[in-house]
Design a protein around this ligand. Structure first.
Ligand code: FE2
Length: 347
């Protein structure tokens, strides 16, 4: 199956979507809303509609007028206006669905929480088709993520260290743990296909302190780039107070200051990846989507700055950096979970 270009196999994609919907518990008597905007991922919508009908579900396709350039996932993550934001007609209709297939990426909207509270199972899907197939979710990975989430939810202190000089501590307990394993059969739960296996939480608002050093090869989203020289972040009471280094630090500083928003410097989520099929190198070939593959690769530690709506916080700044790091160690209440990029916690 290719990516939607000349060799795109629509039948195979329908079958893949059908298997995904089966994991999401879709069948006879269920309602599925397929949400998209303009002509973006039109072929994804077609495949999901076919797949839902093959499973006997009642399917509705909702196409919202574009609010901005939502064809660019970086624009979405940088906080471009969302077609769903403020559209009451769409939100009220979507609340009636058992499952919402989100082909726009509505995670960073206030509306997504309203839909979750209404009980909808929300599955975002914006990555290239080859990544959907290669990182197809498994029940085994779900079990691993749920086990890891128990560890994380029970911890009060998370520490990350690295040979590059990272030593940072997050005080936990203020926010819930979010799991991603690529499908959702639980009412009110969001997930993203594909996610491999990935989980995170956030430190309390003023409870993150220390230093994080991005080493050569670590990734900065949404710049979609590998760091070529170390970047040092000084963090005090849950805020980045200084970013220093060479060209890569200049790029990060320039990106962040462009938002003219002090909330951009808040520390957001922290977690780790469990997916051995995901490639660290995938950003170099990124064609579409948000680069989920490089956010969940095995043994990575991903930290972020900016908004915390994902964990139920109130910071909705559009400036969001996700930074997966290799070779780090992560400890929960002093017990090792990841050591030098290897997951050591029992699965
Ligand atoms: Fe993030």
């Amino acid at each position: 199956m290719s990516n939607g270009g000349g060799g795109y196999d629509e039948a195979a994609f329908v079958d893949l979507c059908k298997r995904e919907l089966e994991l999401c518990g879709v069948g006879i008597g269920q309602t599925v809303a397929v949400l998209r905007s303009g002509d973006v991922r039109e072929h994804y919508a077609r495949a999901f509609v076919c797949a839902g009908r093959l499973l006997g579900a009642t399917v509705v396709e909702m196409n919202l007028p574009p609010a901005s350039d939502n064809s660019d996932a970086r624009a979405i993550l940088a906080g471009a206006a969302q077609p769903l934001s403020g559209n009451r007609l769409a939100v009220e209709a979507l609340k009636c669905a058992d499952v919402i297939i989100d082909l726009m990426f509505i995670l960073y909207t206030h509306e997504v929480h309203e839909l979750q509270e209404a009980g909808a199972r929300i599955l975002s899907c914006i990555e290239p088709v080859d990544a959907l197939a290669r990182l197809f979710p498994t029940e085994e990975m779900r079990a691993k993520v749920e086990k890891a989430a128990e560890l994380l939810a029970g911890a009060r202190k998370l520490q990350v260290t690295s040979k590059a000089g990272t030593d940072v501590t997050y005080q936990l307990g203020a926010y819930p743990v979010v799991m991603q394993y690529g499908y959702t059969d639980t009412p009110g739960r969001w997930d993203h296909w594909p996610s491999g296996g990935f989980l995170y939480t956030s430190g309390s608002d003023d409870g993150v302190d220390g230093t994080i050093v991005l080493d050569v090869g670590d990734i900065v989203f949404p710049l979609n780039s590998y760091v070529r020289s170390p970047v040092e972040f000084t963090i005090r009471s849950g805020r980045v107070t200084r970013v220093s280094g060479g060209l890569d630090a200049d790029l990060v500083n320039d990106y962040m200051t462009g938002f003219e928003d002090p909330r951009a410097y808040a520390i957001s989520h922290i977690g780790w990846g469990l997916e051995k099929r995901a490639r660290w190198s995938s950003v170099a070939m990124l064609k579409d989507g948000i680069g989920m593959e490089a956010r969940c690769f095995y043994g990575s530690v991903l930290w972020s700055t900016g908004p915390n709506l994902e964990v139920g916080g109130t910071n909705d700044t559009p400036c969001h950096l996700d930074m997966p790091m290799r070779g780090c160690s992560l400890f929960l209440d002093g017990a090792p979970v990841v050591v030098d990029g290897e997951v050591v916690a029992p699965e």
